[in-house]
Design a protein around this ligand. Structure first.
Ligand code: MN
Ligand code: MN
Length: 279
């Protein structure tokens, strides 16, 4: 990997990790989710990065893709919170997530299991390894602790300005796999749940433009975010009508309503092992 690109990734990863750790301490009962989302997004810019997507704050059975639009929803005691943060520098993206409980300690084993699955997955990454071998490690770690992986959600390769760049890392031993190669960049993100691990769609709060999108607002969005995801609260005054035809990222909800935990790091594949940029 080119030295400058590597530096961009390392800096994006450093910012993402710093903001993640700072934000964890600010999540408390009664605080609006919006305060945390805006803290995350502003802090990323203060530190010299750009948000690669709106800060996701997904609670309990919501696995991913929720971002608050106003200050109505607040953290409640007992909430299981997935905080998912993306930072890019010149389009080079670091993606990281962690799970915490608000004021309780009822789901420590579930949360710890996700972290363990991620650690073991990371330890297996090297040039030439099959993506479904990594998936097998994730699935086995989650199942031996008595939980289920969410098979509908996967890790993903990252490329410049591309959050989901085509290759996936499953959270189970899928039949087919691909060889991962040196210098590829991946977000690995096990999800574990007490439920069956199937996903249903909720409402969309996060969007991205596709090439065909030509609305009046398209030019502004293209200039500000390129193909990366955005959320309506970033564009004051935007209406639902103007968003017609953009790509929607629906809220991802555990189908049976069971609590979900997630853990995520971004890695650069090396000949032997990998470099974790969001530690
Ligand atoms: Mn993420
Ligand atoms: Mn991700």
């Amino acid at each position: 990997m080119n030295h400058t690109i590597h530096e961009y990734y390392m800096e994006a990863g450093k910012i993402a990790a710093k903001v993640r750790e700072e934000s964890i301490g600010k999540i408390k009962e009664g605080i609006p989710l919006l305060d945390i989302a805006q803290y995350v997004e502003n802090r990323i810019e203060d530190l010299g990065g750009m948000p690669a997507f709106p800060c996701n704050i997904s609670i309990n059975e919501v696995a991913s893709h929720y971002t608050p639009q106003d200050n109505v929803p607040c953290f409640k005691t007992g909430d299981v919170v997935k905080l998912d943060i993306g930072v890019h520098i010149e389009g080079y993206i670091a993606d990281t997530a962690t799970t915490l409980e608000v004021g309780t300690n009822n789901h420590r084993k579930l949360i710890r299991t996700c972290e363990e699955a991620l650690e073991k997955a990371i330890a297996s990454v090297r040039d030439g390894v099959q993506t479904n071998t990594i998936g097998m490690i994730i699935e086995e770690t989650i199942k031996k602790n008595g939980f289920n992986p969410i098979k509908d959600l996967t890790g993903h390769s990252l490329e410049r300005y591309r959050l989901h760049a085509g290759s996936t890392i499953p959270n189970y031993k899928s039949f087919f796999g691909n060889k991962i190669k040196k210098d590829m960049v991946f977000a690995i993100e096990p999800f574990a749940t007490y439920g069956r691990g199937k996903i249903k769609d909720g409402r969309p709060y996060i969007f991205a433009i596709n090439d065909g999108f030509k609305g009046e607002i398209a030019q502004e969005i293209r200039e500000r975010f390129g193909p990366l995801p955005f959320t309506p609260r970033w564009i004051p005054g935007i209406t639902g009508k103007e968003l017609k035809g953009v790509r929607e990222y629906f809220e991802l909800i555990e189908e049976s309503g069971n609590i979900v935990a997630q853990s995520e790091h971004t890695v650069i594949v090396q000949e032997e092992g990998c470099e974790v940029i969001t530690k």
